[in-house]
Design a protein around this ligand. Structure first.
Ligand code: SF4
Length: 262
């Protein structure tokens, strides 16, 4: 299967041999991690050419207090990751998920995050700012480091900066009807959001709208989807559908001039 996807950093070309047989959506996400590494690497190399280097380090969990969105297939993988953990660890993680979900529900975030999918950018960014003010750590964060690093969601993989860590504690502020971003934060823009592409794929497969779930609600959503978690798809058809979706999703991130804006 030949892949040729135009991105803001140039084409991603590969000859890809999909696994034979059927797979669950969680397995599909797992199979995308090497490609995600290549895609993120394109952004990192472009930043390096510009004299910038990644400043994200273990022990800095500022971005893990933002409303990190995951698609349903990623929620399925997170569910399986937690289910496979040793009992002690699993109980601690589930307790942190329960506590985080209670905070979000008490603050009306479960409804707001779903409503925001149909609202404008101000609503979505406003939601993110209100979420950030809760100082609610991702339930997977332990000692300010990701406890599921090899299996972390796509959004986490795609979020890199080259600015001092302290700046990430203040991503933006509301000023009346405007959002003022912290321009000291220098992100490395991912060439494509695989979370978005996975959400579109799931929407196509299940004839539902694309769903983006904040991580603290992901286990709850996945737990309810018994059939969805167990359902298998023919692997080659799944990859073909995904690569068809990926092209337009990547194209939406290319500037009109074809450049790679930072
Ligand atoms: S999954 Fe890991 S990297 Fe992602 S927000 Fe949670 S702790 Fe941070």
């Amino acid at each position: 299967m030949d892949i040729d996807i135009g991105t803001r950093y140039g084409p991603l070309k590969a000859n890809f041999k999909p696994p034979v047989g059927a797979m669950r959506l969680s397995e599909f996400v797992f199979n995308l991690f090497p490609m995600e590494e290549r895609l993120v690497g394109m952004g990192v190399r472009a930043a390096q050419k510009d004299g910038r280097s990644v400043s994200c380090r273990a022990g800095c969990g500022a971005c893990c207090r933002q409303p990190v969105p995951v698609s349903m297939p990623e929620a399925f993988l997170l569910y399986e990751l937690v289910a496979s953990q040793p009992q002690d660890q699993r109980e601690s993680v589930v307790a942190r998920f329960d506590a985080a979900r209670a905070v979000l529900q008490a603050n009306g975030f479960a409804e707001r995050s779903i409503e925001a999918q149909n609202q404008n950018q101000f609503d979505v960014v406003g939601l993110a700012l209100d979420y950030f003010k809760l100082n609610l750590a991702c339930p997977f964060l332990e000692a300010e480091s990701c406890s599921i690093y090899p299996g972390r969601p796509m959004s986490c993989r795609e979020h890199l900066v080259t600015s001092p860590a302290a700046e990430c504690s203040n991503p933006a502020q509301r000023d009346g009807d405007e959002i003022r971003y912290n321009i000291e934060i220098r992100p490395i823009l991912a060439p494509v959001s695989l979370t978005q592409a996975l959400a579109v794929l799931h929407a196509e497969l299940e004839s539902v709208p694309p769903i983006f779930i904040p991580i603290p609600l992901a286990l709850g959503y996945a737990a309810e989807q018994h059939e969805g978690r167990a359902k298998t798809y023919e692997a080659e058809a799944l990859f073909r559908s995904f690569f068809r979706i990926l092209g337009p999703v990547a194209a939406s991130r290319i500037s009109p001039q074809g450049g790679a804006p930072n």
